[in-house]
Design a protein around this ligand. Structure first.
Ligand SMILES: NC(=O)c1ccc[n+]([C@@H]2O[C@H](COP(=O)([O-])OP(=O)(O)OC[C@H]3O[C@@H](n4cnc5c(N)ncnc54)[C@H](O)[C@@H]3O)[C@@H](O)[C@H]2O)c1
Length: 431
């Protein structure tokens, strides 16, 4: 089928590449001219495992092209996906101006029937607004359908998640549109759940909020484990073995960050409020998340006494492992707080240093070429991102480079006994 995707970021670009991989003909549209030029020149603006190969292969096969013209995308495809940002406003509500703008732009160039699919994460009832906007701004009064098709991919494993999804949610009020959507997803051989438009939109916020709730639940338990001498990993294993609970998302740490959870949870609180429900449970999820970071900083402060003039080695800048995305990264927020308190930071991340660099203007912050360089002369090391690469570092040699081997593992990535054997004063979360 002929498809276009408006917005070529983490969601749009990976979706476009995967649709092309299963045989569709895909036009990726972006209004960032430099990004389009980069893509046309064969450069991939984001890091996502397997993405570069997939894009190159499908571009060579003639199934994947890039343009800055929305008209080119809409006119040459049967279905138009929208995958533009839905960032948070100051008050936590969703800024829908990107979606609204795309709806107007699509309307302006719509000359025959199209299915317009929203893939961005949006508040319930946004589809109705998109439909109203297109109808209002389309002079030719062309027939069209609006569908909600929320995306559940995880950065760091986006290609695999898209190629083998747990389920595909299609929210539509038109049989014709559902038929088209089923045809697009048929090659993926995945479970398809067809719902009404509002339910599909709600599923995405409900799912992300529940996952964040699991993280905050285990993080709250980690505080209880620390206070009682229990081990949070053993508790999570014991709980998670119950299939009604599941072990996933029960890893204690310094809290969730990234471009989705923080904004989606605050958005869902706001959406609920507007619908007349005070979602106190989710407010507590946010509170626990912020508190977890504070507890971690407190632990570091208590050990180092003062941050001023301390040399801190920071391992990890990305919001999680396997990605270069630094949006709302807890690692970065921790670094900024320590810099504010006078610490000097030397940081290393396998993929996220280019994206993180513009966020640090302070002289006290330097990037390092390797994890070993981070350890040189450090008063302490903080492991803030769960890159598997950090597991296999020569931690013995790292210890010998430090002033005194003190290690704060914010992701419970390392083995406490092993680290003690290397001579570290080792701190982790809830164990
Ligand atoms: N990143 C994730 O892991 C993830 C997962 C599921 C859902 N989502 C949701 O998907 C949406 C997109 O997220 P993302 O992470 O891909 O964002 P992103 O910032 O990586 O990409 C968005 C792209 O849209 C482009 N854009 C903005 N306005 C445009 C316009 N008018 N016309 C054409 N292009 C335009 C931007 O230049 C950018 O390249 C958000 O609603 C997000 O919540 C994200």
């Amino acid at each position: 089928m002929k498809l276009s995707i408006v917005g070529s970021g983490y969601v749009g670009l990976v979706t476009g590449a995967c649709f092309a991989e299963v045989g569709h003909s895909v036009i990726c549209v972006d209004n960032d001219q430099s990004k389009v030029k980069q893509l046309q020149a064969g450069q991939i603006p984001i890091y996502e495992p397997g993405l570069e190969e997939l894009i190159k292969k499908n571009v060579a096969a003639g199934r994947l092209t890039f343009t800055a013209s929305i008209a080119e995308g809409v006119q040459n495809s049967e279905v138009v996906f929208i995958a533009v940002p839905t960032p948070p406003r100051e008050d936590g509500s969703v800024d829908l101006s990107f979606i609204e703008k795309v709806a107007r732009e699509v309307a302006a160039v719509l000359t025959e029937y199209r299915v317009i699919v929203d893939k961005s994460t949006v508040p319930v009832k946004t589809g109705d607004k998109v439909a109203q906007t297109i109808a209002r701004y389309n002079k030719k009064k062309v027939e069209f359908d609006v569908v909600s098709n929320p995306e559940f991919l995880r950065e760091g494993s986006a290609v695999a998640d898209l190629m083998k999804p747990d389920r595909i949610v299609i929210g539509a009020d038109s049989e014709k549109a559902v038929k088209t959507m089923r045809a697009i997803y048929e090659p993926f051989k995945a479970k398809i759940l067809v719902t009404d438009l509002n339910s599909a939109e709600l599923i995405k916020h409900a799912a992300n909020s529940f996952l964040a709730l699991k993280i905050s639940y285990i993080n709250a338990l980690s505080a209880i484990c620390e206070a009682s001498g229990a081990n949070v990993e053993m508790v999570a294993d014991g709980m998670g073995a119950d299939h009604r609970i599941g072990r996933a998302f029960l890893n204690a740490g310094i809290g969730y960050g990234g471009s989705c959870f923080p904004k989606d949870i605050s958005a869902f609180i706001k959406i609920s409020e507007e619908l007349g429900y005070d979602f106190k449970l989710l407010k507590e999820v946010e509170h626990i998340n912020a508190h977890q970071r504070e507890r971690f900083l407190k632990k570091i402060r208590e050990t180092l006494w003062v941050f001023k003039d301390k040399q801190i080695g920071l391992l990890g800048l990305a919001f999680k492992g396997n990605t270069d995305d630094v949006r709302s990264s807890v690692a970065i927020e921790l670094a900024q707080q320590m810099l504010k308190e006078g610490a000097k930071i030397k940081a290393y991340d396998p993929k996220a240093m280019d994206k993180a660099a513009p966020l640090f203007k302070s002289k006290g912050f330097t990037m390092c070429a390797s994890a070993e360089e981070v350890a040189e002369g450090a008063d302490a090391i903080i492991l803030a991102t769960e890159w598997v690469d950090f597991k296999t570092i020569d931690w013995g040699s790292m210890a010998s480079k430090m002033i005194s081997p003190i290690l704060f593992d914010g992701r419970n990535l390392l083995n406490p006994d092993k680290m003690s054997k290397f001579g570290y004063q080792y701190f982790s979360i809830g164990r």
